[in-house]
Design a protein around this ligand. Structure first.
Ligand code: SF4
Length: 332
């Protein structure tokens, strides 16, 4: 067996032991079902643990089973998802629940991977955590800790590197697939952290880790430069008429697909009334940045192609993406 494989094998029991003692008490770790794991993993995609905690509890209280979620109205699901962003996840979760409610939860890697919204990483997490299958979940955290442990200088931006590391992990997977998968994530989240110095003193691998032995922890992972984000200059109109505000639905495809928003214009907006207040805000998506000028406008009497909703109706029924949060403060 090559030395790196042996190193990874030696690392497994140390990690599991550390995890038993040091794991955080997180709501989705208290009661696990395949469905609750699907919910938590979709919520956690590109979202911080702290932002998910409370919303996960609320979501599971309202939709404790796939059947309950399948029976819900999409607007209600989106409303409960409000603030988490990346709303396509909520729609996919809803679709997945409908399939699970009729066909049951899939029991194989291929079946899990075929659920809407479930990519390679999420499938690995669900298989390992909820189904006892040795399927690695390789994200940035796992790439970081494994490349540090093994002092692997390959570019983790390459699919081939990720596939190789996944194969290495698959080869050393222990029978406790759930604890192993979560322990890898936990080590990356609280000890072998990405920014600032990793807490090697508290790490179960500090006697094995090649990067630590060389004092080069922060040299890993090696990553190619990301392309710069595209910047979109836009204008957001919070149009008021009496005590109602204008809302429009975004197009069915692309960014924030099908969600409600205040009328948004790339570049300048047409003059639709008297401007009462104005402010700038920025929202950063994965590939795009919106630099927005927001205007609170008393709409003149011309007919406009929007729906009109009061503050109460917006709070109750319409999920407004957090990109518009700075302007939602004008809704009273
Ligand atoms: S010893 Fe340090 S660098 Fe190595 S895995 Fe642990 S925290 Fe990361």
């Amino acid at each position: 067996m090559d030395q790196t494989r042996q190193l990874m094998r030696d690392a497994v029991p140390l990690l599991l032991q550390w995890y038993r003692v040091c794991k955080r008490d997180l709501p989705w770790r208290r009661v696990r079902t395949p469905y609750s794991t699907l919910v938590s993993e979709l919520m956690l995609q590109q979202t911080r643990v702290e932002a998910v905690k409370e919303r996960f509890v609320r979501f599971m209280q309202r939709f404790p089973t796939a059947e309950a979620l399948a029976a819900a109205d999409e607007e209600a699901v989106l409303k409960l998802w409000e603030g988490l962003g990346y709303y396509a996840r909520a729609r996919n979760l809803h679709k997945a629940a409908k399939r699970i409610a009729t066909e049951g939860f899939p029991q194989t890697e291929v079946g899990v991977r075929s659920l809407p919204g479930v990519g390679e990483y999420t499938a690995g997490a669900i298989c390992s955590i909820a189904l006892g299958l040795p399927v690695p979940a390789v994200d940035g955290n796992v790439l970081r800790i494994i490349t540090r442990l093994t002092a692997d200088g390959s570019n983790v931006g390459d699919a081939a590197t990720r596939a190789r590391i996944a194969a290495e992990l698959r080869a050393v997977y222990p029978p406790q697939t759930d604890a192993f998968c979560e322990a890898l994530m936990e080590l990356g989240a609280i000890v072998c952290v990405p920014n600032g110095a990793p807490a090697c003193g508290a790490c179960p691998w500090n006697g094995l880790c090649r990067a630590h032995a060389a004092g080069r922890e922060e040299a890993y992972p090696i990553r190619s430069e990301k392309p710069a984000r595209r910047v979109v200059e836009g204008t957001v109109l919070v149009l008021r008429r009496g005590n109602a505000y204008a809302l429009e639905k975004r197009p069915p495809g692309g960014l924030l697909a099908g969600l409600w928003q205040f009328p948004f214009f790339e570049g300048a907006a047409p003059d639709l009334g008297r401007t009462i207040a104005e402010k700038r805000a920025k929202h950063v998506f994965t590939h795009v940045e919106w630099h927005m000028t927001g205007k609170l406008v008393e709409a003149d009497g011309r007919p406009l192609p929007y729906i009109w909703a009061t503050a109460g109706q917006i709070a109750e029924r319409y999920a407004i993406p957090s990109a518009f949060k700075a302007f939602a403060e004008w809704i009273v």
